[in-house]
Design a protein around this ligand. Structure first.
Ligand SMILES: Nc1ncnc2c1ncn2[C@@H]1O[C@H](COP(=O)(O)OP(=O)(O)OP(=O)(O)O)[C@@H](O)[C@H]1O
Length: 260
């Protein structure tokens, strides 16, 4: 018997005024896999994450997380979210340890009093992302890659079954990227579900078990090697992407605007 999907997106449409960001997205993500979400700027990746998190309400369709509605799933701590850097107030006066402890809030009730188990979970998560020595720093005083790792640690401390990461490799150094890739693999091998958006097509084969190409709707969902076929990439990114040599040993950052 196949396991029920960890994330089920059914015919979701999201409109911001005149802009149709998602136009009938349907997607079924199995547990225990790393899925890469790929699409050009403006293709709707962040909006899809927000719809899955229940942070934007679809105009049409629905999302189920482990069979629950997004807001209920979030309340139960089922899903962790690493937002795009632009969506975070880095001047906020919290330490790295505080950010990771936020992953434990759901277990602490209204008092938000940390118990020994919470401190152990936070220390363990910081260790896994190699940020133990940075725990007392204000979050904004970290490098881009370290900030991402701090948010990944929050998801680990939360013990979320499902982790969504919006562009975790944007502006990060190779060491942070390698740490994050390794961690995501470990989390998936542990039965967790990881959905990660990226522009970095080079990272995709070592990062993900499967890929979704998005352009306001799902163009392709399946094997990474097939997703990287020129005809698929051409549909997702425009025909001129066929000129790219994907074997070149450098990042292919397909960073460009999609149709509004
Ligand atoms: N709050 C908003 N108000 C109005 N339009 C929005 C809003 N958020 C996103 N959009 C528009 O919706 C479309 C999809 O945006 P979204 O941020 O989901 O794309 P994305 O694939 O995550 O892009 P990027 O790779 O640049 O982060 C874009 O045309 C964007 O301009």
């Amino acid at each position: 018997m196949t396991a029920p999907p960890a994330i089920e997106v059914a015919d979701v449409a999201v409109r911001y005024g005149e802009v149709l960001a998602l136009d009938g997205v349907s997607l079924s993500i199995a547990p225990g896999r790393v899925t890469g979400l790929v699409g050009m700027n403006g293709s709707g990746k962040s909006t899809l994450f927000k719809a899955i998190m229940g942070m934007v309400r679809p105009d049409r369709g629905h999302v189920l997380i482990d069979g629950a509605a997004p807001v209920a799933a979030r309340r139960r701590g089922l899903v962790g979210y690493v937002p795009q850097s632009e969506d975070v107030d880095w001047a906020f006066p919290v330490s790295v340890r505080d950010v990771v402890m936020m992953g434990r809030y759901g277990r602490q009730g209204l008092t938000r009093r940390a118990r020994p188990a919470d401190h152990v979970a936070v220390a363990d998560a910081l260790d896994r992302v190699e940020l133990t020595g940075y725990a007392e720093r204000q979050i904004g005083q970290l490098s881009g890659g370290q900030r991402k790792r701090a948010f990944v640690a929050r998801g680990i401390a939360q013990d979320a079954r499902i982790l969504l990461l919006d562009e975790p490799f944007a502006g990060v150094d190779k060491r942070s990227e390698a740490t994050i890739v390794r961690l995501l693999r470990e989390l998936a091998d542990d039965g967790r579900t990881v959905l990660v958006s990226t522009h970095d097509l080079h990272a995709l084969p070592r990062l993900a078990d499967e890929a979704v190409l998005l352009l306001h709707r799902v163009l392709f969902h399946g094997d990474v090697s097939e997703a990287l076929r020129p005809d698929h990439l051409a549909r997702a990114f425009g025909l001129d992407v066929l000129d790219l040599d994907l074997d070149r040993d450098q990042d292919q950052d397909l960073n460009r605007e999609g149709p509004a």
